[in-house]
Design a protein around this ligand. Structure first.
Ligand SMILES: C[S@@+](CC[C@H](N)C(=O)[O-])C[C@H]1O[C@@H](n2cnc3c(N)ncnc32)[C@H](O)[C@@H]1O
Length: 294
């Protein structure tokens, strides 16, 4: 059931909330996701303050969430319990990283490399978190089979619910463990591996804004002294686990491109290439196991 309110009243409420602190873009995100008022509609209200709007949730519920956000610095996505990512709406809980917009591009890099007709396709997502990448791959290739790995039981529980909600739990297997360790039975068989591993150097992680550092899991972010601990392990195991001709796609920190390319070369992979994110930052690397695609 909707909650009707005069536009002028809503705009006044918005001004009052922002006087207490916080970012306007975040409050508008809350109004959109929880209140059901799209950003464009909010702009229109300024032109027509006499009209009435219908909120999906009562204003006091939105205010309580906003106040909790201001007092605890907890990300709104955790307080609301969900977030948009690509064309999906995903559940997010503390224990699973909030999926970032830049990571969406890993899916496009994957679909650009793997021909849809190459079936049966076996792929893995290392460090699945909320399951965002695994779910998007399972939706992109309905006939494929995937394995989503994470060390965190909490993250895997969130991934399971997201896959279940989108009816993909039958084609994606969840395995708990460290990187390649739960994939011993897939040696030489994976046609695609994607990973957005923890890659932030510990000293940089320690200085992150509190909303990220104190509320999102350190296991998802802290990549060790130089940020490359996980990527070293992943690169080192790629040859043994990829099928001949199989691809690996990695996300990394803004200043790690040459180091990651070197690790992929050193692992014996070929067609090693860097890719930019939407802001032009070298954010991804792709590489291929030599040999003919089966
Ligand atoms: C940057 S998050 C990425 C989550 C998700 N794929 C995404 O893009 O939003 C890294 C993930 O790696 C997981 N992780 C950390 N160390 C791991 C390990 N040794 N083995 C498997 N997963 C690990 C974390 O729990 C976290 O879910």
């Amino acid at each position: 059931m909707g909650h009707a309110i005069a536009a002028a009243e809503l705009l006044q409420w918005r001004r009052r909330q922002l006087q207490a602190g916080g970012e306007a873009s975040e409050l508008d995100w809350l109004l959109d996701l929880e209140g059901g008022i799209r950003w464009q509609a909010l702009q229109q209200l300024r032109l027509y303050p006499d009209q009435s709007v219908t909120l999906a949730k009562p204003l006091d519920r939105l205010e309580a969430l906003w106040q909790r956000h201001l007092s605890s610095a907890a990300p709104l996505q955790y307080l609301v319990g969900r977030c948009p990512w690509r064309d999906l709406e995903l559940e997010v809980r503390p224990g699973a990283l909030i999926p970032r917009q830049e990571t969406e591009l890993l899916i496009d890099l994957a679909t650009d490399r793997i021909a849809a007709e190459r079936s049966p396709l076996l792929w893995a997502d290392l460090g699945t978190g909320s399951g965002c990448l695994a779910l998007a791959l399972a939706l992109a290739w309905p006939g494929s089979r995937g394995i989503a790995v994470d060390q965190s039981a909490e993250a895997l529980a969130v991934a399971r619910r997201n896959l279940e909600t989108h009816q993909r739990l039958d084609v994606v297997e969840l395995r708990q463990g460290s990187w390649w360790q739960p994939l011993a039975d897939c040696a030489g068989a994976l046609q695609l591996v994607v990973s957005n591993p923890p890659y932030i150097p510990t000293a940089v992680w320690a200085e992150l804004e509190t909303g990220v550092r104190d509320h999102e899991p350190a296991l998802a972010l802290d990549g060790g002294a130089d940020g490359l601990a996980a990527i070293r392990t992943i690169a080192a195991g790629a040859m043994a686990h990829l099928a001949p001709g199989g691809w690996i796609l990695l996300e990394h920190h803004h200043d790690q491109s040459s180091a990651v390319l070197a690790l992929l070369h050193a692992a014996g992979l070929e067609q090693v290439e860097a890719h930019r994110d939407l802001e032009g930052i070298w954010r991804f690397a792709s590489a291929r196991r030599p040999g003919a695609t089966p």
